[in-house]
Design a protein around this ligand. Structure first.
Ligand code: NAP
Length: 376
């Protein structure tokens, strides 16, 4: 059978690079005929992918795009807004897979997270749906961490306070954090070398620097080194940010619960971690008689990637951090305990790599589901 012609737009960005890496690790390129596109360097070449340097095509060339069986866009919402409509207007009949949020809530779109909603995906494929979108990173990671509780209908509501890494905002934001750290290090070097120097003077100097216009801030607009930013994405009318709104809207769509939705709300915060989104969760359980041991078992048995971490200092600090989880497919969950509010209130902390299970992996797996569907 002829291999599917798969176009990649955004292959060198954060999500795109991780997607390509995972596809290489899993040997996925053997099953497709890949075509690479660029918005910034349309006549250049890719970096070597599996030893091959591919010719780049113009990501705005509609004729080239129309020839593809599958388009994977990990470029971002602006590109999707511009090009998806044009393809629709030109009666594009192939699949569109996307990491950006723009199309997620469309009626004819499925948000893909196959360990949670494989049945929905299969049904959609069988009925001719062509629009499959990766979910918001914190949402996908929370659903994988709490999959067992949702699958057993044990959750009344969830509050999530996030600690989201800079790579969640893209490659340039990641570089900006490093540039800010670099400037902080350079400016503190002389005082750091003299351990008799006043720590208050060092603190004041660094605070002045991170608030100054000298700090590189072309992407975050505000300091992220030595700082936390309690606002991600645009404002919603009700005081939430859009990132916070996605928590409830997307999770319920993925779980197929609409209109009988579970209330999910919280606060989304950007922190100076490089990679991995962490979340502190408060979960209102429907059953107050479940022990923490029983809950741990339900969570652990749900999927192969979730890893329950024992609620002690050593395990928590060595296994439940971005440093420990970064660049793995594990979704760690720990600090599990009943909260003082009552036996039906569960506390938890979870960490997952938002570039893997939070972005690239559901899309990679969806591509393979499409390939198998095509072969049958
Ligand atoms: P990104 O790193 O900014 O990359 C997007 C595109 O920007 C690249 O493919 C590249 O396109 C261009 N670009 C410009 N300067 C670049 C540079 N210095 N290095 C690499 N690429 C550069 O964006 P992203 O984080 O991958 O996000 C893509 C989409 O996925 C967004 O809609 C985002 O919301 C969504 N998403 C991201 C995450 C995450 O954790 N980052 C998670 C879930 C969903 P050209 O090659 O065409 O120039």
């Amino acid at each position: 059978m002829k291999k599917l012609k798969v176009g990649f737009i955004g292959y060198r960005g954060m999500v795109g690079s991780v997607l390509i890496n995972r596809m290489l690790e899993e040997g996925d390129f053997a099953h497709i005929d890949p075509v690479f596109f660029s918005t910034s360097n349309p006549h250049g070449n890719t970096y070597p992918i599996n030893g091959t340097v591919y010719k780049l095509h113009d990501a705005y060339d509609i004729e080239q795009l129309l020839m593809l069986d599958v388009i994977i866009s990990t470029h971002g919402g602006e590109y999707t807004n511009t090009m998806y409509c044009k393809l629709e207007q030109n009666n594009y009949t192939g699949f569109w897979l996307d990491a950006s949020s723009n199309l997620r809530m469309k009626d004819n779109a499925v948000i893909v997270l196959d360990p949670i909603n494989r049945a929905v995906i299969d049904k959609a494929l069988a009925s001719g749906v062509k629009l499959f979108i990766g979910g918001n990173c914190t949402v996908s990671l929370m659903l994988l961490a709490l999959g067992g509780l949702f699958a057993n209908d044990l959750v009344e509501w969830v509050s999530s306070i996030t600690y989201q890494a800079v790579s969640g905002a893209g490659a340039n934001n990641m570089r900006e954090l490093l540039q800010q750290w670099h400037m902080v290090a350079q400016n503190s070097q002389a005082i750091l070398n003299d351990n008799k120097h006043s720590i208050l003077e060092l603190d004041a100097k660094i605070n002045q620097l991170i608030n100054s216009e000298h700090l590189p801030r072309n992407y975050f607009d505000y300091p992220i080194a030595g700082n936390v930013l309690p606002w991600i994405d645009v404002a919603m009318a009700n005081g939430q940010t859009k990132e916070e709104w996605k928590g409830g809207a997307e999770a319920n769509k993925i779980l197929g619960l609409v209109p009988n939705t579970i209330n999910i709300d919280g606060m989304c915060v950007r922190v100076g971690a490089m990679r991995c989104h962490s979340q502190a969760l408060t979960i209102k359980l429907k059953d107050k008689n479940l022990s923490v041991t029983a809950i741990e078992k339900i969570i652990q048995e749900h999927n192969p990637w979730v890893t329950v971490v024992a609620n002690n200092k050593q395990d928590t600090l060595s296994k439940l951090t971005p440093a420990a989880i970064s660049n793995t497919l594990k979704v760690a969950i720990g600090r599990l305990r009943k909260l003082n509010f009552g036996d039906d209130f569960l506390g938890a902390f979870t960490v997952g790599d938002q570039l893997l299970w939070g972005a690239a992996e559901p899309i990679r797996r969806m591509l393979n589901i499409i390939i198998k569907h095509h072969a049958n």
